[in-house]
Design a protein around this ligand. Structure first.
Ligand code: A2P
Length: 342
């Protein structure tokens, strides 16, 4: 790909869009041309890329002419509206939204786990849900050695999962509370600063919210393990940009914690972080800005002979969204690696 690709970033002005731009620069992604797309609100503004001011355009019917690759992060309804048009115009799309993830014809890819799935794309490749990506990275090396039977996970999800404006809302709420004023909740249903609440996505008849069912269904699809039992409780916490998760893993037979640690210490995309003497384990503040998912506190489940417990923190905007999407694009640049190209 000597001349590079003509890339459009959809949702370029958002939290994930900003990180995609930073990663395209940092990872020297081969670009021939860069188009920045957002809502009409942002049309006419500019963003800096490699020291150059690039205009932001509102998405329109002509946005995808002469585009090879779309990196989309503008929400599900925007993807549903525009990605079919981008594919029809000849682009390959990597979509951060949940709109296409469970479509049988759309690969759902974590490059460290199932890169080969990318080869079956028909124009759209989906980037999984952020909490699912982080958990998949930590569990895949264990699942390879002994298939996981059942997972019970509780998440501690940062404001960034709801976008750049949500991060600002939490800061404003904190300032208000410290000034003795009432916090204002606009994007979130309740104040998040100095508080937490179960994830506010719609609930199903079994009482699970959409975010929780994403962890169930997407983990099964990524691992190609349709019978994997998963139960999740997703909670929003007043952290700015990295998610944490407590995961209980059940195997068919005992799994030694020391073997699990050795596997995770050399797993791609994972950093083993634990110092039991200092009670030092993964923290969202330290995970923020890091590519690797921090995993630690790996221990035997005292309530089950075949159970393991672990704790992880990972940058939701980076590996949970932008980095995973850019890594998928990089897979497509080396078609021989996965038998597919753009
Ligand atoms: P804009 O900044 O113009 O609103 P975040 O997840 O951080 O909230 O970012 C969402 C991204 O999606 C932003 O770039 C936002 O653009 C873009 N976006 C939101 N709604 C639309 C829309 N209807 N059409 C195009 N882009 C949109």
């Amino acid at each position: 790909m000597p001349n590079g690709l003509r890339v459009a970033v959809m949702g370029a002005t958002g939290a994930v869009g900003a990180e995609i731009l930073a990663l395209l620069d940092q990872r020297a992604f081969p670009l021939k041309d860069l188009t920045l797309l957002a809502s009409p609100r942002s049309a006419g503004t500019t963003l800096t890329f490699k020291g150059e001011q690039i205009p932001v355009q509102a998405i329109g019917p002509d946005s995808f002419n002469n585009i090879d690759l779309v990196l989309a992060s503008a929400g599900g309804s925007v993807s549903l509206k525009w990605l079919p048009k981008a594919v029809a115009a000849g682009a390959v799309c990597i979509d951060n939204s949940s709109a296409y993830r469970m479509e049988p014809t759309v690969p759902l890819v974590v490059p460290e786990v199932n890169p080969e799935a990318a080869q079956h794309h028909q124009g759209i490749i989906a980037n999984p849900n952020c909490t699912t990506i982080l958990m998949a990275l930590a569990l895949w090396p264990l699942h390879q050695v002994q298939p996981i039977q059942r997972l019970v996970v509780a998440t501690y999800q940062s404001a960034s999962g709801a976008g750049a404006r949500a991060m600002e809302e939490v800061k404003q709420q904190a300032r208000a509370i410290l000034a003795g004023e009432d916090p204002v909740a606009e994007l979130f249903p309740y104040p998040l600063a100095f508080n937490l609440f179960p994830h506010n996505s719609p609930l199903n008849e079994q009482g699970y919210c959409q975010e929780e069912m994403k962890m169930v269904n997407e983990t099964r699809k990524i691992f190609a393990a349709p019978d994997l039992k998963v139960s999740a409780t997703c909670v929003r916490v007043p952290v700015l940009r990295a998610h944490s998760e407590a995961v209980n893993i059940e195997f068919a037979t005992p799994f030694s914690p020391s073997v699990a640690k050795a596997l995770l210490a050399r797993a791609p995309g994972v950093k083993l972080v634990e110092d039991w003497g200092r009670n030092y384990f993964p923290m969202p503040l330290e995970a923020s800005g890091q590519d690797d998912v921090l995993v630690g506190r790996i221990r035997q489940d005292i309530s089950h002979p075949n159970g393991l417990e672990l704790w992880l923190s990972g940058d939701q905007i980076r590996k949970g969204a932008a980095l995973n999407a850019v890594q998928i694009a990089e897979l497509l640049l080396v078609p021989q690696a996965v038998g597919v190209g753009l």
